[in-house]
Design a protein around this ligand. Structure first.
Ligand code: DLZ
Length: 165
């Protein structure tokens, strides 16, 4: 679980495989676009930092986090990417809507991740306040986009290693 001590941008650089021959799809929710834009930037920069070519990173937007499921499935089924990163941000409101969107989106992405041909990386911020989201998209707790990029590269490498066994 996240804690005040864990910075989402901290990782062991040397443990990340080179991503020069990897292709990535990033699906970004338009809701809370200031936050999701910063998450996207973090993911994009970290992928390229580890060798991914810009032309091999396809970015698509969807209206809200709930649509990340369909958007990610479309990438998975396209056969054009080696991993998908789903980026969204849900902020708690006055009604239970928050819970339904978080649960529905998480379940949908989980099922896709478990059953699809390529990994789907969970880049959904589920926050009680906008301040919590700002802390996690480049603020004092780092950027979850960085974490998602590193995870995507490692999972592509994981799958390739299994296939080559
Ligand atoms: C409707 C809604 C609400 C209230 N809040 C958010 C949010 O904080 N973050 C987000 O990504 N999306 C939100 N949405 C939109 C839903 O994800 C979805 O787009 C709509 O319910 C239509 O399916």
């Amino acid at each position: 679980m996240a804690s005040a001590l864990h910075n989402l941008s901290d990782y062991d650089f040397a443990s990340v495989p080179n991503a020069a021959d990897m292709r990535f799809g990033i699906v970004v929710s338009e809701w809370n676009s200031k936050i999701t834009g910063a998450l996207l930037q973090g993911a994009f920069d970290t992928l390229t930092l580890h060798g991914a070519k810009e032309e091999n990173i396809i970015v698509k937007t969807v209206p809200g986090s709930f649509e990340l499921i369909f958007g990610s499935a479309a990438f998975v089924n396209s056969g054009k990417v080696d991993a998908v990163i789903a980026i969204g941000c849900v902020i708690k409101g006055d009604t239970p809507h928050f819970d339904y969107i978080c649960q529905g989106t998480t379940q949908g992405l989980s099922e896709l991740n478990a059953t699809g041909k390529v990994p789907v990386i969970y880049g959904l911020l589920t926050c009680n306040t906008m301040e919590q989201a700002e802390e996690r998209c480049g603020g004092m707790l780092g950027n979850k986009g960085d974490e998602c990029a590193v995870t995507a590269i490692k999972m592509v490498d994981y799958r390739r290693n299994l296939i080559s066994l």
